[in-house]
Write a new protein. Structure first.
Length: 430
């Protein structure tokens, strides 16, 4: 069998290793003309997508929209697959939990993984977080649990669904990749479409789009942040009339993380009802890097890295997580979303002292802020050390400087991790 691996990053390398072990004739197709392909036959540079119809199977990297392949090869749609689609097809255990949504996927995936491990289960996690799932495929048994964080890119054309699917809050995102919002929602819905009546679809009760996506499952639907899933009542995270812990005990910062906690509890509750294991995780796990991560205090000012916050909605949630006066760092590359709601939230929040604007969206955010009557902003420059200095100049003792850009990082930075690491270095140098 002749297999084309389109895109030779982490996923592509894992895919090539998997299909080579099954005797396939592998060709690496990648736009990078100088790419090292580990001895595989290669089709690189400008013509990397030519004549793909000669292959029996085309494995696209998740970040590449299949429409790009189809423009040059309009008849290869039935031959295309992804690493995730193949994993869900051959996974030897039915104990798979898939988690999607716009934001909160990594945190919720981590909570579910830790809770099941604390309860004594054998757990593997991967997908959009951790490692490619084929890296642990050979270690799986029918009793293993697999937890997958799944992006819209990974779900776009999957034809298999996990036993338990979880859809978190959904808002407009990646509209520079998807044709429109409908295309984005349809990709998320693939997580549930191929479930059976024996499967479970969990959704965020307060988000109509989450409900709409999960409703495409033929399985049992369970809301969270409302009964019968986990919800907050009298200050306690509660499920089946059992109080897990008080929200003040939850180690994760911000009320929006109560939603992630309830999503995780609801998913885990379908597997085990071990309140001690669940509570132990909620009261000790403080979060993933670049998610409201305290870097250090300098002169009585707290510097927080929320570089993972790449939508206006996540920036709003980060702003609401702090009651202290705030200096915000906002902006980045344009994904085609509106900043009207973010500007309104800033103008309505008396604790927002100043906004430092960066990146190509700076002018669009400035326009939205002016429309709301908010004028306390300035341009931060193109280097992180300059941006941090600009924020420091606006902050006073007792304030928070919050990097929660509400935008993707491309242009000034390689990705959100690079942006966050540069922020840490700049804060460390203050």
């Amino acid at each position: 069998m002749r297999v084309a691996i389109v895109g030779y990053g982490v996923e592509g390398k894992s895919a090539a290793k998997y299909w080579r072990a099954r005797g396939a004739d592998i060709t690496i197709c990648d736009q990078n003309a100088t790419l090292e392909t580990d001895g595989f036959r290669a089709q690189l540079g400008d013509g990397y997508l030519q004549d793909l119809d000669r292959f029996n199977l085309i494995v696209r990297t998740a970040g590449m929209n299949p429409e790009i392949i189809l423009r040059s090869n309009p008849n290869v749609g039935p031959k295309m697959t992804t690493l995730m689609n193949e994993f869900l097809r051959v996974c030897p255990t039915k104990n798979v939990i898939g988690i999607t949504g716009t934001k909160g996927k990594g945190t919720t995936t981590t909570l579910v993984t830790r809770m099941l491990k604390a309860a004594g289960k054998e757990v593997f996690w991967g997908g959009n977080i951790g490692v490619p799932p084929f890296d642990f495929l050979r270690d799986l048994t029918p009793e293993s649990w697999v937890i997958l964080e799944l992006s819209s890119f990974q779900l776009y054309d999957v034809r298999h669904s996990p036993h338990i699917g979880v859809c978190l809050m959904v808002v407009p995102e990646h509209l520079n990749w998807h044709r429109d919002m409908g295309d984005y929602l349809q990709a998320k819905a693939q997580l549930f479409k191929h479930q059976t009546r024996r499967d479970i679809a969990i959704y965020f009760a307060d988000n109509e789009l989450s409900h709409q996506i999960a409703s495409q499952s033929p399985g049992k639907k369970i809301p969270y942040f409302a009964s019968p899933g986990a919800y907050v009542q009298d200050g306690f995270i509660t499920i089946d009339d059992q109080q897990i812990c008080h929200v003040d005990e939850v180690k994760l910062l911000g009320e929006f993380n109560w939603q992630n906690a309830c999503a995780a509890v609801t998913a885990v509750w379908q597997v085990i009802k071990d309140t001690n294991a669940i509570k132990a995780v909620l009261t000790t796990f403080s979060g993933l890097p670049h998610r409201l991560e305290l870097i250090r205090e300098v002169g009585g000012v707290g510097y927080y890295d929320d570089s993972f916050g790449t939508t206006p909605e996540t920036a709003i949630a980060a702003i609401e997580a702090f009651k202290r006066p705030k200096v915000l760092i906002l902006g980045g590359s344009d994904k085609g979303v509106s900043f009207k709601g973010l500007a309104h939230a800033i103008a309505s929040d008396e604790t927002v002292r100043h906004v430092v604007l960066i990146g190509e969206t700076a002018s669009a955010i400035e326009e939205a802020l002016r429309a709301e009557g908010f004028e306390n902003f300035s341009l931060g420059g193109a280097a992180m050390r300059v941006i941090v200095k600009a924020a420091q100049a606006q902050a006073s003792k007792g304030d928070v400087v919050l990097l929660s850009p509400g935008c993707a990082s491309f242009g000034l930075f390689k990705n959100y991790k690079d942006r966050g690491e540069q922020f840490k270095l700049a804060v460390g140098a203050l």
